[in-house]
Design a protein around this ligand. Sequence first.
Ligand SMILES: Nc1ncnc2c1ncn2[C@@H]1O[C@H](COP(=O)(O)OP(=O)(O)OP(=O)(O)O)[C@@H](O)[C@H]1O
Ligand SMILES: [Mg+2]
Length: 272
Amino acid sequence: MLNDSVKGAAQAASPSPSRSKPLIAMRNITKSFGSVQALRGASVEVHAGEVVALVGDNGAGKSTLVKVMAGVHGFDSGDYEIEGVAARINNPSDATAYGIQTVYQDLSLCNNLDAVQNLFLGRELAGSRWFGGRIKRAECEVRAREVMTRMRLGNLSLTRPVGAMSGGQRQNIAIARSILWTPKVVILDEPTAALSHSAAQQVATLIRTLADEGLGIVVVSHDIHHFVVHSTDRIEVMRLGANAASFRSKDVTGEQVVNAMVGGNENVNLAG
Ligand SMILES: Nc1ncnc2c1ncn2[C@@H]1O[C@H](COP(=O)(O)OP(=O)(O)OP(=O)(O)O)[C@@H](O)[C@H]1O
Ligand SMILES: [Mg+2]
């Protein structure tokens, strides 16, 4: 969580009025699954235009926290606000309605379909906002090309089955798919896992492009040394279901982050 002086600095650094209230503010969230207390007072804020990393050891509660954010799980206590107002999120559709999109690690792409088909998959069920509910291939292609160009992915094939694409290309298509819903916040679960260094770089560039457009990005990642410290703005370290440390990414080394993850230093806050 940002402390007040850091918040002030962040606001001073950006004149954008959208920074005055976080897109998402979760405070002291608790969540148990039976006898397992997955979250013991976890907090995270996401402002427009920033990339926030959630890191921590296996079982630290990262996925649970983003699933609460995305409406997959409810929570037991704590506050969840969206743009300063208490969020009413009981399921993933509620989160979507608030402009929160999640790209899960499995990407949920259909390998035998091409990029255009994947981008529009399921849109018929949700009732298209375009073309009076009937989705036509040519119009989808135009819209897909628009989004891909905006995301600087114009060189990706729209007509090749995504199963024939590289991991990085598939990740980018999954992100593009979330963007079609014009979200305010995109949550990414391990977007660079199993990617080559250059593919991970491309995904990191795409994430920055989205943040520069004013989206808030939450990234769960174990890729501390390459992705997290170089390609995010802030880092929340979780341990045992709570926040163990907060860092500004530009001020920290991968080693410091890893130390905080495993308990090398207690309640570090170098975010200021
Ligand atoms: N649906 C569930 N039912 C029961 N326990 C759960 C459930 N989801 C998570 N947990 C438990 O909550 C704790 C936090 O899990 P979580 O998946 O949030 O960790 P994580 O930080 O995402 O770990 P990883 O890095 O391994 O993905 C763990 O002890 C886990 O076993
Ligand atoms: Mg997880």
